[in-house]
Design a protein around this ligand. Structure first.
Ligand code: AOF
Ligand code: ZN
Length: 343
């Protein structure tokens, strides 16, 4: 049972970077010991996982569908959204058994499909590997439950807990860890940096080292200090500069100003929510990270750690007491740790 839900997780992950703010969903149709069809939600607005799994079944196997079990990491949808309800497809195909990991927290679904299936005589098992499913879809759960983007604070630190040397671009982690960061960029909807990082590092904030898309890039520039020669102002990609408008003409760069500088975090979060940007990666620097930590506006911390000692520099933020370690691993010479906020 669990192994097929795990297969759903694997399939679901293939949608990462393409489906936000929708959940990552995979589906497997099993007949006896054979997978007769599987699929995943590939792109926002397109077919749901269950539809793709049914479509993947070969003509010669279609008669097996009513005798099959549908595994799906999320409860099938109940509503007419961009696509018709998956629950009706399951009933139409007369699937006899459905196994689900998470109940869909979306109020338009919220257990109603499970009820409808049971009422129609379909055997439903729910809650299989629920914690893993929730972890996989943590950004979707934040989006639905908190009605705002999932906020990931990312930083890299030396063994003696420095982010870098004061005022100079400092490489902390190795090339493999960089790829991990670019993968996380490919899965995010927006990346944010503060003015000091923009000036000192002159970052591109794109995804060059992994496949997939590059997110919206956002830089704080309240005092209008970022020079037109900066990579962030190269107008190559959609960019929000939070600060005064420049005199040059831009096509993909927008200058936005919050009503009051002090309340910029809630203002920005509101703006991202309106534009359906559901995953925000905050890449520093120390000051910006600290402001998110102090506002309690974060859901996840991705901390990379390198064995070198810097002896002096910009101190890394202290881990907040609500941070719970949920994942750890080695990547090249570095270590990564993922923390979630204790609820
Ligand atoms: C499923 N299977 O593969 C996904 C589901 O706008 P729509 O029509 O794509 O609907 C989005 C909502 O549908 C989303 O908020 C979530 O509740 C559910 N996603 N459901 O049965 C899927 N991606
Ligand atoms: Zn659906």
């Amino acid at each position: 049972m669990e192994q097929y839900i795990r297969r759903c997780f694997q399939l679901a992950r293939l949608g990462a970077g393409h489906v936000s703010p929708n959940p990552l969903v995979g589906a497997v149709l099993m007949h006896a010991d054979r997978i007769i069809g599987e699929g995943w939600h590939r792109r926002y607005g397109e077919a749901h996982a269950e539809v793709n799994a049914v479509q993947a079944v070969a003509g010669a196997d279609r008669h097996l569908i009513p005798h099959s079990t549908l595994f799906c990491n999320l409860e099938p949808c109940f509503h007419f959204g961009k696509t018709p309800p998956c629950v009706d497809l399951i009933l139409k195909e007369k699937v006899s058994r459905v196994v689900v990991s998470n109940t869909d927290p979306n109020p338009l679904v919220a257990g109603q499909s499970i009820q409808k299936l049971r009422a129609a005589g379909v055997e439903v098992l729910a809650g299989i590997l629920e914690a893993e499913g929730r972890y996989l879809n943590r950004a979707f759960f934040t989006w639905i439950e908190k009605k705002r983007p999932h906020i990931i604070l990312k930083w890299a630190q030396s063994t003696d807990c420095y982010l870098g040397r004061q005022g100079e671009r400092t490489a902390i982690t190795g090339p493999l860890a960089q790829r991990l960061v670019h993968r996380r960029r490919s899965e995010a909807d927006a990346i944010l940096v503060g003015t000091t990082t923009a000036l000192v590092d002159n970052p591109r904030l794109d995804n060059r080292l992994y496949f997939g898309k590059s997110p919206l890039r956002i830089a704080l520039d309240f005092a209008g200090k970022i020079p037109p020669t900066a990579h962030l102002l190269d107008d190559s990609r959609l960019t929000w500069i939070i600060g005064p408008e420049h005199s040059e003409t831009y096509r993909k760069t927008q200058f936005l100003a919050p009503p009051e500088t002090a309340g910029w975090i809630p203002w920005l979060i509101e703006k991202l929510t309106q534009e359906k940007h559901a995953i925000l990666l905050v890449e520093g620097g120390a000051n910006v990270l600290q402001q998110f930590l102090e506002a309690g506006l974060w859901d996840e911390i991705l901390r990379l750690e390198n064995p070198q000692f810097l002896h002096r520099g910009v101190p890394a933020p202290a881990l907040p007491k609500e941070a719970v370690l949920v994942e750890t691993g080695r990547i090249g010479d570095d270590c990564f740790r993922v923390f979630l906020k204790r609820v």
